[in-house]
Ligand binder design. Structure first.
Ligand code: WT7
Length: 658
């Protein structure tokens, strides 16, 4: 390092605020700081700006209907179709030849779909779904990895008004069955397999195993042949080959169904405090308007951009910011099948250079991995096409932020640290990149029109620097409408904690801790419920616990998150063997397998610690905090109030990090 570089490095390390570069501001979609006031004064009509980004078949009468709180309705009376908004209207505008999706398989093959191509594919598959008997409002489950047929199937569902429920391909067979059962879904689209780090993974066997656990009749299963000869598979009676079906409908024309703004666009299951995943319901008008608006204002997307959100469509990030937001705006969106370190650790940067990516959006866990691998990988590539960077999914530490800023953005790209959730549909707390100063580690102010604040346990706003909880006291168009078939749980999970008695004012509680500074910037501190965040993925500790206690030989278990350098948090399992069983390698293996079977590899524990007892308070509650501290290798506080203090040392001795 030269002296100049060293002093630059030192300056960067100390710098706490960064202004967006002039060159960015000049071209940004949103640059007037007055937008905050404008939205405040004009609320809720300000949200017409979001709705105006869409084409409506029938214009809406009311922006917000709050007559039945907290079951808010947006853009009521309006009708539209999401696939029309993502495809037809761009084609009609002369953008038929513009790239819609640029897909890259892990082995390196690519497929480019122009808006014209994508529309044709979507119509052919929409016709196929109809042939199979799918009707408006039937939930179609899509259990697929990052292959183009996934967004095609989503848009085909949207076209005929059949809500989709995408199940992340990394989830287990059991997880698939649970979700199909909960949604009463009779149709499944899946594939034979996909590539992961050079291996051809068998996906269909997992799907088949899941289907065995479905408690109702599944009329049809459509199977995409991703792997060709690489993996032999046979189809059973109700299973049909995707390509064959679609070939029969080539050139089909399927009119987009006009959907009510409040009609369900999709369901997305996510983890909560209890063992059962929650089916988050998103709608056609509000969700799509919100995804488009935040893609426009925060990601600064323009039709001529090549944009890459390196997430998986199996999560909400991919729904809103790989598929619906960018396509609604007519942008070219990149999709990559594989992992960032295959065949080498510069894979992503090679794609950024080749495709001349303008805007790049990823998770802090990925950035921490890039940092660990070293700057020599991005340095091998010309990343100067980049204009804006984003992060999502978990808090980003200032060191990772600055590394991203310097080594990926070349100190010329603003970074948006976007806080939101499956339930919020889109971004809620983040800087606007053409307006606000950025502070590494701090997401930023609530977006214009978003009523987020940081409060204490009683709901009173906390002072600058104090820790509290995020709440949202105004509805927004992208919000979940309910939990599928469970209005009661919708209220108890999100609204009961902070809404007034008799509820004059309804307040949404996202279950995140946070603090706020003098400028109104919010720093997210993490979940305050029994949900842990592993590599930006939300996992319910109860779900994992029930998988572990389901294993023969295990009497009781507690699952907590411990700090992890790359993953943010990692899963730690503390388990008590049943009488007659030893906490040996065999039991450990079966505990891990139990988790893999019920959830999938994302929940794989860092460690399984067997103990004759779990630390409990005198009243018999498991001391989770203490178990978290042990897992994180933290200093342990006073344990004398425990019913069984002796057990603590025993456990701590076994954990690697302590
Ligand atoms: C939880 C939501 C939003 C799509 C991906 C995750 C955490 C999300 C941030 C951020 C700090 C964040 C929160 C939130 N989170 N973004 N920028 N800074 N924490 O969606 O699976 O619904 O998880 O992710 O804890 O509650 P999700």
């Amino acid at each position: 390092m030269t002296q100049d570089e060293a002093s630059l490095e030192a300056r960067l390390e100390e710098q706490e605020a960064f202004d967006p570069p002039e060159s960015f501001v000049e071209q940004a979609n949103v640059t007037d700081p007055g937008i905050y006031e404008e939205f405040e004064e004009n609320w809720p009509d300000c949200w017409e700006r979001a709705a105006d980004l869409l084409s409506w078949e029938e214009s809406y009468d009311t922006v917000l209907d709050d007559s039945n709180e907290p079951f808010y309705e947006w853009f009521t009376g309006g009708e539209l179709n999401a696939s029309y908004n993502c495809l037809d209207r761009h084609v009609a505008d002369g953008a038929s030849d513009r790239t819609a999706i640029k897909w890259e398989g892990e082995p390196g093959e690519t497929r480019t779909y122009t808006y014209g191509d994508l529309l044709a594919e979507v119509e052919a598959f929409a016709a196929t779904l109809r042939d199979l008997g799918v009707e408006e409002d039937d939930v179609v489950t899509l259990y697929m990895p990052m292959i183009p047929e996934l967004p095609i199937a989503m848009l085909a569902c949207a076209r005929i008004g059949a809500p989709h429920s995408v199940v992340f391909a990394g989830f287990s067979a059991d997880a698939l069955a649970t979700r199909m059962n909960s949604a009463d879904s009779e149709y499944l689209v899946t594939c034979d397999g996909y590539y992961r780090r050079g291996d051809a993974l068998d996906h269909l066997s997992k799907a088949n195993e899941g289907l065995e656990g479905v408690d109702h009749e599944v009329s049809d299963v459509v199977v995409v042949d991703r792997l060709g000869d690489e993996l032999e598979h046979s189809l059973s009676e109700n299973q049909r080959d995707y390509d064959e079906l679609v070939a029969e409908n080539e050139g089909a024309s399927v009119e987009p169904v006009a959907r009510d703004a409040e009609d369900m666009l999709f369901l997305m299951y996510t983890s909560g405090t209890t063992g059962k995943p929650k089916g988050v319901k998103h709608t056609t008008g509000g969700y799509l308007a919100y995804a488009a608006w935040t893609s426009h204002s925060v990601l600064d997307l323009k039709p001529e951009d090549t944009y890459w959100c390196a997430a998986d469509i199996g999560w909400i990030t991919g729904h809103s910011y790989i598929v619906y937001g960018p396509l609604a705006l007519g942008t070219s969106t990149v999709m990559y099948e594989g992992t960032p370190d295959y065949p080498d650790k510069d894979r992503l940067w090679e794609i950024v250079e080749r495709e001349e990516v303008d805007v790049f959006y990823t998770a802090p866990t990925a950035i921490r991995a890039f940092m660990k691998w070293g700057e020599k990988y991005p340095e091998q590539h010309d990343l100067s096409s980049l204009r804006l960077l984003g992060t999502v999914g978990e808090p980003i530490n200032p060191r990772a932020w600055k590394w991203y800023y310097k080594h990926i953005g070349g100190e010329e790209c603003p970074i948006v640290d976007t806080w939101w959730q499956t339930e919020t549909g889109g971004m809620m707390i983040t800087t606007l990149p053409g307006i606000n100063t950025m502070k590494p580690g701090t997401a930023g102010p609530p977006l214009p029109g978003i009523g987020a604040q940081v409060v204490d346990a009683e709901g009173a706003e906390v002072g600058a620097g104090q820790a509290g909880y995020v709440t949202v006291n105004k509805p927004w168009p992208g919000m979940l409408r309910t939990l599928y078939n469970n209005d009661e749980r919708f209220i108890s999970e999100y609204w009961e904690e902070y809404s007034d008695e008799g509820a004059d004012e309804w307040v949404y509680f996202p279950e995140d801790g946070a603090k706020i500074d003098d400028d109104g910037y919010i720093t997210i501190l993490g979940r305050v419920d029994d949900v842990i965040n592993v590599s930006g993925h939300r996992l319910g500790t109860m779900e994992i616990e029930s998988a572990v206690v389901g294993v023969e030989g295990i009497a009781e278990a507690a699952v907590v998150g411990g700090d992890h350098e790359v993953k943010g948090e990692a899963v730690y399992v503390y388990a008590i063997p049943e009488d007659g069983y030893d906490g040996d390698a065999d039991l450990e293996e079966r505990a891990v397998q139990g988790i893999l079977d019920s959830i999938g590899p994302i929940a794989k524990p860092e460690e399984v610690i067997f103990t004759p007892e779990l630390p409990k308070t005198r009243s018999g509650k498991i001391m989770r905090r203490l178990l978290e501290d042990i897992a994180s290798g933290n200093e342990l506080g006073n344990t004398s109030t425990l019913r069984n203090p002796d057990v603590v040392d025993d456990i701590a001795d076994q954990v690697d990090s302590s």
